[in-house]
Design a binder for this molecule. Structure first.
Ligand code: ATP
Ligand code: MG
Length: 364
């Protein structure tokens, strides 16, 4: 699956730009402020209906313009599907897939799945459980069809439980006790699905990745379910009821799960250098991508912003080896070719180079 054509109009400093990317690797080069990240942001916007840089979409609308327009052609084998999105400053949005208006933005990502890695992703991922949980669940959404339904039902119950804890209507204790049976059942199901997925993940990781990057050979992965699993969740919910009531939210459950990584008993956040942490995030994302690719037809496009930043040549070589494992179409940005030559030299893929300056393509 690839983006075969892409057009941008009035998005950040890009007045008008059309690209015909390679289905394999696209390298976007240019000086600071040229529009490299904006180009990736536009691709991401077409998939997610939002930016990865800001939640104020107006920031992405070009100064003085009324709105922006993004249009792409997704290619899967011989099938071409046009995908478009227009967003007005007023907030008016129109998304279309194959000429038909989308009711939900999520439809865009189903047709055109896109993932992004930016220099900020590393701090987010290793800075707290939320991103790691999202990472794990993203894999599950794609690979385990039942997961979405279970996850949605659980989240509905969690919201309802938290609202009861906060608002305390007259019969709230009875209501919570009644719904907790289902809350517990869904919690165990989610945890089992996460464990099964993690097992698949580890098999690929240790057979294919740790094999190439010895730094990860003895890495230990630990899934924390969100409660102590040697204790019954039903009992924990009861034991924590007074505390939950005071706080107005549920303190135990799969919504508190985390995935952690240790080496010789020490967490990688404390042990690895920043460059090594970056390499680990690449390894995790690529493992996920290969699993999704092998079990579904939902192969993501990968956007990698400022790949060379903070990486020495040997780490860049590691990144190249990892990228070689994945069949996704890649869009990679860097300031200049020399900063990324250690990656390119090891990549056995078709590479197309684009230069951007003042929001325009100067060569292709
Ligand atoms: N809404 C907007 N309208 C017009 N120009 C904008 C808008 N928002 C940002 N810009 C400008 O767009 C330019 C492109 O920024 P971008 O972040 O894409 O550059 P970059 O090539 O990724 O640079 P760097 O190498 O520093 O990361 C910047 O000069 C910025 O000031
Ligand atoms: Mg940038």
């Amino acid at each position: 699956m690839s983006l075969a054509e892409f057009n941008i109009s009035k998005f950040r400093n890009i007045e008008q730009l059309s690209v015909t990317p390679s289905a394999e690797v696209n390298l976007i080069l240019g000086e600071n402020g040229g529009g490299k990240t904006s180009l990736l942001e536009a691709i991401y916007f077409l998939s997610h209906g939002k930016s990865f840089r800001t939640n104020k979409f107006k920031m992405a609308v070009q100064h003085q313009a009324d709105g922006f327009l993004l249009h792409g052609k997704k290619q899967l084998n011989n099938i071409i599907i046009p995908v478009g999105l227009s967003k007005k400053r007023s907030g008016e949005t129109l998304a279309k897939v194959h000429g038909k208006r989308c009711e939900r933005m999520a439809q865009l990502a189903q047709v055109l799945p896109v993932q992004v890695i930016t220099p900020e992703s590393f701090d987010l991922f290793f800075g707290g459980p939320k991103e790691r949980r999202r990472f794990l669940d993203l894999g599950l959404f794609h690979v385990e069809h039942e997961f979405y339904r279970v996850w949605q039902s659980f989240n509905k119950l969690l919201k309802q439980r938290n609202a009861l804890l906060k608002q305390k209507p007259s019969n709230y204790i009875d209501q919570i006790q009644f719904w907790d049976k289902e809350f517990v059942r869904l919690s165990y199901t989610i945890n089992e699905m996460r464990e099964a997925y993690l097992n698949k993940f580890l098999t690929y990781f240790f057979d294919n990745i740790a094999d190439k990057i010895t730094l990860f050979k003895d890495l230990e992965f630990k899934l924390n379910s969100g409660w102590k699993t040697d204790l019954e969740l039903a009992e924990l919910l009861e034991a924590n009821f007074a505390r939950d009531l005071k706080q107005g939210f549920t303190s135990k459950g799969p919504h508190k799960a985390d995935l952690s990584f240790n080496l010789n008993g020490v967490s990688v956040e404390q042990y690895f250098s920043r460059g090594q942490l970056k390499l680990l995030l690449y390894a995790l994302k690529i493992t996920q991508n290969v699993l999704i690719d092998s079990e579904t037809d939902k192969q993501s496009i990968f956007l990698i912003d400022d790949l060379p930043s903070e990486l020495s040549d040997s780490t860049k070589e590691g990144v190249a080896e990892l990228l070689n494992l994945c069949n996704s179409q890649l869009f990679i940005t860097a300031i200049d070719q020399q900063s990324i030559s250690a990656v390119l030299e090891l990549m056995n893929k078709n590479i197309k180079v684009f230069h951007v300056k003042h929001g325009k393509l100067i060569t292709s």
